[in-house]
Design a protein. Sequence first.
Lengths: 203, 307
Amino acid sequence: MNPSEQELSYSREVRSNAEDVALIRRMCDADETALGALYDRWVRSLYSLVFHLLKDADEAEDVVEETFWQAWRKASSYEPSRGAVSTWLLTIGRRRALDRLRAKGRRREESMSQSGVLADVASSAPDPLQAAEESERRSQVRAALRELPDEQRSVLELGYFQGLSQAEIADMTGQPLGTVKTRMRLAMQKLREPLSMYRESAE
Amino acid sequence: MNNLSHDEAYSELAAVALDAVSVELSVAVREHAAVCPECGPELSAMEETVAQLGQLVPQRAMNLGHGAGIRSRLVMRARGERESRSAAAPGPPDLARGVASLTGLGHKLTPGTQRAVDAEVKKALPPQKRQRSFPGGNLLALAASIAFIATAIQLARVTSDRNSLRNQVATRPAPPVPQDSANAPATEKEALIAAMAGPDVKIVPLSTKGAAGMGRVFWNRSSNDWTMVVYTMRPPKPGMTYQVWLVTDSAKISAGTFKPDSNGHAFMQAKYALDRNALKAVAVTEEPAGGMPSPTGPIVVSGSAAP
């Protein structure tokens, strides 16, 4: 099977963290085929996330390549006790994307009223067809977010999906910094419980 | 910043998990969390929660060709790194993985034998041609042809000497087998000669537009040894490498990547079993560093295997 076919074979099957951890172990043993397998499993999620942040396909591809190369070089630093492999990968990729955004001083100029992902969550219940197409996990995340008050959801939107710092959110929204911090913390605490079922153990 | 109290660190955990604080504050909070039994697990849990948010971005497929290219580059780069480590460590070369195992290496000989090969090439090349990077033209073709003829003569002479010595040795009692490493280069040189000479060796001359005699590929069809020598090649562009392809009717098989030395010379060896009538041509293309699963760049040097 060539790489293109392998990428085409990507599906929404449940990708257990135990399998990911096994791949990381093989990478620690310098098995480059494990890197290819890990790429096949997570490239779509990672690319989607970094593209959403960067809005540039070329830059997003660069970040994807850098992220998987860092995963190869730093595989031995992955600690299963600190979270799933997917979390580790997405965190690396998101940080690299944010570094690029911040280095260029690039900011999305959308106002809060034009917010994207979470505003969709707030404004519309998923239609049956859409819900059927979404993975169960994504539906659960959407449902959990729908339960958040608007002001907390907005802070998350700006922090996670637009990569703004707390200070930048305060500047943009005119809220006191302390209020931004409190809303961000409350939002995270409220999300933890409904999403805890997806926090996978390492093995 | 390192003097954060527990309460101060705890209040920033969500923001740190979201990467929404300064680098300095993030480092300070993480240092605290690394030793705090309450903040450590809390931060991990929040990072897991943050990761769930990534599920919500619209799923978007990367351009298939780009995605395949990135995957291929990553795997080949990782393979090259592994093999570089293996090459640096003492131990026998692993030829079992076939031709692609040479990716990123280009030289499989000991430094001593490599020097001998370089010396052969330098000896054969006219002095005025040695320092020129890539002059091209008929003079180069002539010089290169002379070089190979001279090299072939050298090889034939060494082979003849070897056979003569073998005959002499065969008539004497077996001497003690030397265990020191001084004989290793000689053994390797013998293996090299065997790979490049003999009745079942097919020679594919390599040329480029406007310049013949860029090198030769020696394919020993009995032992499946492939030996390539090229010279007067310009260096590849930054971030690129040369990749060798064995072209058959149905496939283009990667035979590894290489970069010429400062004199434009390169030497590669590989072991790969191919049907004795399958080879149609050998080609060298310029590809992104690490190589590609199939050729994407322009052909720099090529040679027909037609009889």
